[in-house]
Design a protein around this ligand. Structure first.
Ligand SMILES: *[C@@H]1O[C@H](CO)[C@@H](O)[C@H](O)[C@H]1NC(C)=O
Ligand SMILES: *[C@@H]1O[C@H](CO)[C@@H](O)[C@H](O)[C@H]1NC(C)=O
Ligand SMILES: *[C@@H]1O[C@H](CO)[C@@H](O)[C@H](O)[C@H]1NC(C)=O
Ligand SMILES: *[C@@H]1O[C@H](CO)[C@@H](O)[C@H](O)[C@H]1NC(C)=O
Length: 393
């Protein structure tokens, strides 16, 4: 792109952004097309993750740059940055115990760090859960990769995982089968619920720029002491229980949980749990909540929820204006839940609680929130990006 063209683009962006503020809500209720037009300027949008790498024309020659762009509680997730590239050439998933080389399953079970990319567009229908080994990046930039109509991704007792650029949808329950988890181990898996991405006892995980929809259970669930997680820039649609953070009210090991939910678009057809939290510390920051049928953010047990700079557009249903939902057991309800700088539209309201204990919110703070007025541009590129070689992504 020439400098002049770039300059003109920048000016028109500023004009558009100013003119847009008054119509921001109606435009955003519209489908993605217009939002993406606003996001045509992919770098310099103020989204700190994107601005870290999307300004680069030759992103595909420097893919591992992405690993240095995470922020939030998962910022240390390096994925396969220090390893070789692995190119997935086949969508096949014929054998979960002895996967063929060139398949995604063969790539993710390896012991060494790997940066996994895809040769072509493909739809991978996993016969069983995709059980990942540590230090892996799945990077689908530049191609269209769908994980669909089969099992989802399982990140269990491993660390340093980056998942970027996948379409994950229509996941179904699988299991009662043998599945390999490393070159040296396979084991019996009982039934899996059909989550899109499922974390058990996982740490240093970054889930960025994916489009997730319509799975049998959660789109993203993190349980059993999973922590140091960032869920950013994703686009969620058509789903009931969207994100679950915490195993059960009695599982107190989840008190270690620290999760950042930032710059995501919560879109059409969503019902509840964006997220639902139990124990631990949750920073929900600069997300765009356009649709929910029941509520957006909820929980039980005793989570600390720090909601900052989000935009909440309530549904028209007069009984679903509340952003929050508490499931109260044993009389506990004085949890630290705060709304700070959130934009409340169409009658949305956030029921705050707790003494506002500073130490508790300090543990639920992971990046600086921007004003809710810029959520539209921060989230305009949410979901899978269309990346072409030699052009800004
Ligand atoms: C969606 O966009 C169209 C054309 O861009 C506009 O006519 C319509 O009013 C918009 N819908 C909403 C709900 O704002
Ligand atoms: C890959 O998928 C994208 C999006 O559907 C499409 O635009 C592109 O043409 C496809 N590429 C190939 C080589 O089929
Ligand atoms: C969601 O998945 C179910 C099957 O699990 C299917 O019947 C339904 O059509 C899907 N919904 C959408 C919106 O794709
Ligand atoms: C806020 O939540 C508390 C605890 O569930 C409840 O007692 C109260 O009625 C709620 N307030 C509003 C305005 O919804």
């Amino acid at each position: 792109m020439s400098i002049i063209l770039h300059f003109i683009t920048l000016c028109s962006f500023i004009i558009l952004a100013n003119a847009a503020s008054s119509i921001a809500v109606s435009r955003s209720i519209n489908d993605t097309t217009e939002r993406r037009n606003l996001g045509f300027l992919s770098c310099g949008t103020g989204n700190p993750i994107d601005d870290c790498w999307r300004c680069e024309d030759n992103w595909q020659r420097n893919r591992k740059r992405l690993a240095d762009c995470a922020i939030g509680f998962g910022y240390n997730a390096i994925g396969g940055r220090d390893g070789k590239y692995y190119i997935v050439t086949s969508p096949a998933d014929d054998d979960a115990v002895t996967p063929q080389s060139g398949t995604l399953r063969h790539a993710v079970i390896q012991d060494e760090p790997l940066w996994i990319v895809f040769k072509t567009n493909m739809t991978i229908t996993l016969k069983q859960e995709l059980i990942m080994n540590s230090f892996k990046t799945i990077d689908a930039r530049g191609v269209d990769v769908h994980i669909a109509y089969g099992a989802g991704i399982t990140i269990q007792y491993v660390t340093n995982i980056i998942i970027h650029g996948l379409h994950i949808h229509d996941c179904v329950p699988t299991g009662n089968a043998l599945v390999r988890s490393s070159p040296y181990h396979f084991g019996w898996r009982t039934m899996a619920d059909g989550d899109g991405i499922s974390l058990f006892g996982a740490s240093h995980v970054w889930i960025d720029h994916n489009s997730l929809a319509n799975c049998s259970d959660g789109l993203i669930d993190a349980v059993i002491g999973s922590t140091a997680i960032t869920i950013s820039n994703n686009y969620f649609t058509n789903h009931n229980e969207v994100i679950l953070l915490g195993h059960s009210d009695t599982y107190v090991r989840d008190k270690v949980m620290q999760v950042t939910v930032a710059y995501n678009h919560f879109g059409e057809g969503l019902v509840q749990r964006m997220p639902r939290c139990r124990h631990g510390y949750f920073h929900v920051v600069n997300n765009d909540y356009m649709h929910w049928e029941m509520y957006a953010i909820g929980g039980s047990a005793n989570p600390t929820i720090n909601s900052q700079g989000n935009r909440f557009v309530a549904p028209d249903n007069p009984n679903a204006k509340e952003v929050t939902k508490r499931v109260i057991s044993e009389g506990m309800s004085d949890w630290n839940w705060r709304s700070d700088g959130d934009l409340m539209l169409n009658g949305a309201y956030f029921n705050q609680s707790g003494a506002g204990e500073a130490a508790s919110y300090a543990k639920a703070s992971s990046l600086s929130a921007q004003p809710s007025s810029v959520v539209d541009s921060l989230t305009s590129g949410a979901g899978v990006l269309t990346c072409r070689r030699g052009r800004q992504c």
